[in-house]
Design a protein. Structure first.
Length: 628
């Protein structure tokens, strides 16, 4: 099937031209904005020639074709009448997708995801202290006090973090937001936890009738204060003259919002928050593990719907109130089952393309990101996905019966083990993970997947026929060492915040966090792709390795701003030659990550593709070894 035929099939499966608002592409994916997701025949698209996977994310249906091929497919679908759009327009349109509930939950995610790292760190500190106590070690008083600083500070100032992040998301000044948030936990106010304990500390009565306490550990009141405060500040800036903006706007914002926050929003939504917390605990405490059974069974469905960020709010509330998070173990069970189902597909299939996709996607799941496993493998064949839900439900029920509760959130399965080391639940946690894995694997292997046809020999035959008829016999890959194209700090590929790269869908490789804005040739090679936007380069080395260098994540949306390309397609380069330059400050100003991926896209042609670098790398350092 040629590219034009594939393009026609893609358009037909998208629901026709009338169902497409716009189409764009990056270095690997065709990005399509559709009017009605329900009209997409995803099964047809995922099984088309040259399609390496597809998933729906941020309002876009993203079809993975890979480097080089995606450019050709984009030209074909545009030639057949699909409307184009700038990447910025597409990104703005994506933010409007979904119903009001989906958009609201997406906003929760935007607010709480930046806070998760400090909660994770705090949970690990709690686990370490618990481990030392479990080993019978008596800590000196000053060390104990220091450990309390490590474990308590994040929750004491949590309202400050929430208001800061909310201001950032809703367009206010984050500095004003964090000061406003810290006012809510001022040392001049009675400590909320001390008042709640029923001791001598009591609430202050402002004006003789308004009881006021600090909002330590509060989440929902801080979020509402942040939303109202950011919108109030933006409205104020429209009426305050520019010459007075620096003095008047922050003064009035802090004055008005501190009054509303302490005397109105804080007290009212603190009551609402307590009812939400009581309801959450009631569900988790259902007898016979029913709460875990239900949550474990539906969690990955919620991930597919894109509203799973609601758990961030609930988990942070539980941690702030009790320093314990029962959701973590239940979610871990669901994710473990999802990854296990993907492993079963990879073990059972004889399709080399699917094997190459399944195992990296499963590894990504076990490190805490299940989207590659869901969209790349399990949902494509349906049964593995739904059988993993059953396994996740049973694992979640077991987690509830065992009373598992982590000391943090944001990390699960393998890294999540650290949240149970110090609370005496490590054995129970490992048991729950093992049960979830065995069930997810066994159910899928026995009942969830069968190869539709023997494809390995067909692929080989097709390649031989193509070589015979065209005379285009590829160079046999040879052992080779690939140098770093970027100066900076090495990042493991699975830690990259893009599921297409971190899952290994595009091939194995490594990533580098740049300290300099220069892209060098990693080997003697021919430039096979040189994007006009300057954010990505494709090269084929003299020894047969096909390498993709992708500067940043979603930097295609910058339309070349901050990038300068020094080479063109077809150019011959030597190792160390400059391919282009980029400005990390402009990437950061666009709200994007400049982490650069170096991928061997023809990984399947090699016996092994092994990252060999760690720490910092400079020009000329080896980062990948390929062996034929």
């Amino acid at each position: 099937m040629n590219n034009q035929d594939i393009a026609k099939k893609v358009i037909e499966a998208l629901g026709g031209r009338e169902n497409v608002n716009s189409v764009a592409h990056c270095a690997t994916r065709l990005r399509v904005m559709v009017k009605d997701e329900g009209r997409i025949n995803k099964e047809v698209i995922e099984n088309l020639d040259k399609v390496q996977g597809a998933f729906f994310n941020s309002g876009q249906y993203q079809i993975i074709f890979g480097t080089g091929t995606v450019n050709k497919m984009y030209d074909e679908v545009v030639a057949l009448g699909l409307p184009t759009s700038s990447k910025e327009d597409m990104k703005a349109e994506a933010a409007k997708q979904g119903n009001w509930f989906q958009r609201a939950i997406r906003t929760f995610g935007d607010v709480f995801v930046p806070i998760i790292p400090v909660i994770v760190a705090t949970g690990l500190f709690m686990g370490l202290r618990g481990l030392l106590n479990a080993l019978g070690m008596t800590l000196p008083e000053d060390v104990t006090i220091y450990s309390q600083i490590l474990t308590d500070t994040a929750f004491i100032i949590l309202p400050g973090l929430v208001v800061w992040s909310t201001f950032r998301v809703f367009g206010g000044n984050p500095a004003v937001g964090i000061v406003l948030g810290m006012m809510l936990v001022s040392g001049s106010l009675p400590n909320a936890w001390a008042v709640a304990s029923g001791g001598e500390v009591t609430a202050m009565n402002f004006f003789g009738f308004i009881p006021v306490v600090g909002l330590q550990g509060s989440v929902l009141p801080a979020f509402i204060i942040g939303v109202v405060g950011a919108k109030f500040e933006k409205a104020l800036r429209k009426v305050v003259p520019d010459v007075l903006d620096l003095l008047v706007t922050p003064f009035v914002t802090l004055l008005v919002m501190s009054i509303l926050g302490l005397f109105v929003i804080g007290p009212v939504f603190h009551v609402v928050e307590n009812y939400i917390l009581l309801g959450t605990k009631a569900i988790l405490a259902l007898p016979f593990g029913l709460g875990g059974l239900v949550i474990g069974g539906v969690h990955q469905l919620i991930v597919v719907s894109g509203v799973h960020h609601i758990f961030n709010l609930l988990e942070v509330q539980l941690l702030a109130a009790d320093h314990a998070n029962p959701f973590n173990a239940i979610i871990t069970a669901a994710m473990t089952a999802q990854g296990a189902a993907t492993v079963a597909v990879g073990v059972k299939t004889k399709n080399p393309k699917l094997k190459t996709l399944a195992f990296p996607a499963a590894l990504s799941a076990f490190l805490g990101i299940t989207e590659p496993a869901i969209f790349g493998v399990n949902l494509r064949f349906r049964k593995p996905f739904f059988l993993s839900l059953i396994a996740g439900a049973i694992g979640g029920g077991l987690a509830s019966i065992l009373g598992l509760a982590g000391t943090g959130n944001g990390i699960t399965i393998i890294p999540g083990t650290m949240l149970y080391v110090g609370n005496g639940q490590l054995f129970q946690y490992l048991l729950m993970v093992a049960v979830s894995f065995v069930l997810g694997f066994a159910l899928t292997y026995m009942f969830g997947y069968e190869d539709e046809k023997e494809v390995a020999s067909e692929v080989a035959t097709e390649r031989l026929v193509q070589e015979e008829t065209t005379g285009n016999i590829p160079v046999a890959p040879q052992n080779e060492t690939i140098q770093t194209p970027i100066v900076g700090d090495v990042v493991a590929l699975e830690n990259v915040d893009d599921p297409v790269f971190s899952s290994g869908t595009m091939g194995q490789g490594i990533a580098v966090k740049p300290s300099q804005g220069v892209v060098y040739a990693p080997a003697d090679a021919e430039v096979s792709i040189a994007f006009a936007t300057g954010h990505a380069y494709g090269l084929k080395t003299a020894n047969g390795a096909e390498i993709l260098i992708h500067v940043g994540i979603d930097t295609v949306t910058m339309n070349g701003e901050g990038f300068e390309q020094k080479v063109a397609q077809g150019d011959k380069v030597k190792a160390g030659d400059v391919l282009g330059t980029f400005d990390s400050n402009k990437i950061a100003a666009a709200g994007l990550d400049d982490t650069t991926m170096v991928i061997v896209t023809n990984t399947a042609d090699y016996a092994s593709v092994t990252p060999v670098a760690s720490g910092s790398v400079v020009k000329g350092d080896a980062i990948i070894e390929v062996k034929a």
